[in-house]
Design a protein around this ligand. Structure first.
Ligand code: 13P
Ligand code: SF4
Length: 319
């Protein structure tokens, strides 16, 4: 067997030996996604990852993704051991929203309901009333708007603008962005669409307004995948991290899947958008974490207990 297969078999055996389950995001290495599915785990968007980890009976969760995903799993399941292949895998949205500055922003606007995106630290979530992911942000903000609540939003400015436009809610927003999705370019997308007039355009809402404006579907990674599976169209242009292509090609082998163009690259670029932090996850990391216990997520109990409410509220709302 190839070296890759050997690492995969070793990781599978360790998962079994430790009674652990692998919870993977669509953007991580394809081998890890396959391993998760072959061993009773899941490949999912961030909402489903949180729910799956909380509801699974395993005592150890191995979360392949970025740090906030591991932290959310720990916040929801303090009695489970949560391991990650690489604890340095972070997110530009998390980095761009330091808890002390965020707390000052909240303090300055005590009349607003605090809604934070999943891509934030546990300490930021501890200040929030609601956590949302891209798959349920619209629904939840709509609900709050109907209740007459004014919103303080953090940290993704593109997702915040999209939700504000769609709902008309009164939203005061933090200025953060995803370094991957922020690179998609409207003009180049328009050119690519001219070459493929029948293509459907599927866009993650962390993308800039000029890209979202050309979308047939705007949604989370799972929603983008489902849009491909239920559409009769043959060709799709996808504006999200190209890690999602692995699962999409497996489930929709007959479709033509094109990556949306990113900054400074030509419209024919095949592999532009990939999160450097998601790319830190690999089979070796899973093996190392399970063999050594390195990569365990710890969240200080005071912060954890405060952060739990906003995530549980979202899970209840979307149940
Ligand atoms: P999803 O919740 O859509 O999976 O997005 C998570 C993420 O990090 C997108 O960049
Ligand atoms: Fe964060 Fe963007 Fe990476 Fe997702 S793709 S983890 S939002 S930097």
């Amino acid at each position: 067997p190839s070296e890759r297969t050997q690492w995969k078999e070793r990781a599978a055996a360790l998962l079994k030996q430790h009674g652990a389950v692998l919870v993977a995001h669509y953007y991580v290495d394809g081998d890890l996604q396959d391993l998760a599915l072959e061993t009773g785990g899941i490949v999912a968007d961030s909402l489903e990852m949180a729910r799956f980890g909380r509801d699974h009976a395993a005592k150890t969760l191995v979360v392949a993704g970025v740090r906030f995903m591991g932290e959310s799993a720990k916040i929801l399941s303090p009695d489970k051991r949560v391991l990650m292949p690489d604890l340095d895998a972070t997110c530009s949205l998390d980095l761009g929203c330091p808890p002390d500055q965020f707390a000052a922003f909240c303090d300055a606007h005590p009349d607003r309901t605090v809604v934070v995106y999943a891509n934030t630290s546990a300490a930021v979530k501890a200040r929030a009333d609601w956590m949302v992911t891209s798959s349920c942000a619209l629904q939840i903000v709509n609900h709050l708007k109907e209740r007459g609540e004014k919103i303080l939003w953090a940290p993704d400015r593109h997702l915040g603008r999209y939700i504000q436009e769609q709902t008309g809610a009164d939203m005061l927003a933090w200025h953060g962005e995803c370094i991957v999705h922020d690179e998609f370019k409207g003009l180049e997308l328009d050119l690519l669409r001219k070459d493929h007039p029948d293509a459907k355009v599927l866009v993650h809402p962390e993308s800039p307004a000029s890209v979202v404006a050309q979308a047939d579907v705007v949604g989370s990674t799972t929603q983008i995948l489902n849009a491909v599976l239920k559409s009769d169209a043959k060709t799709f242009i996808i504006a999200t991290d190209n890690g999602l292509m692995h699962r999409m090609r497996q489930l929709a082998p007959g479709k033509t899947l094109l990556e949306a163009p990113t900054a400074g690259r030509s419209a024919t670029c095949k592999s532009c958008a990939h999160c450097p932090w998601m790319a830190m996850n690999g089979l070796r990391g899973v093996v190392h974490a399970l063999e050594t216990g390195d990569g365990e997520i710890h969240v200080e109990e005071g912060i954890r207990a405060k952060a739990q409410g906003c995530i549980e509220r979202m899970l209840d709302f979307t149940a």
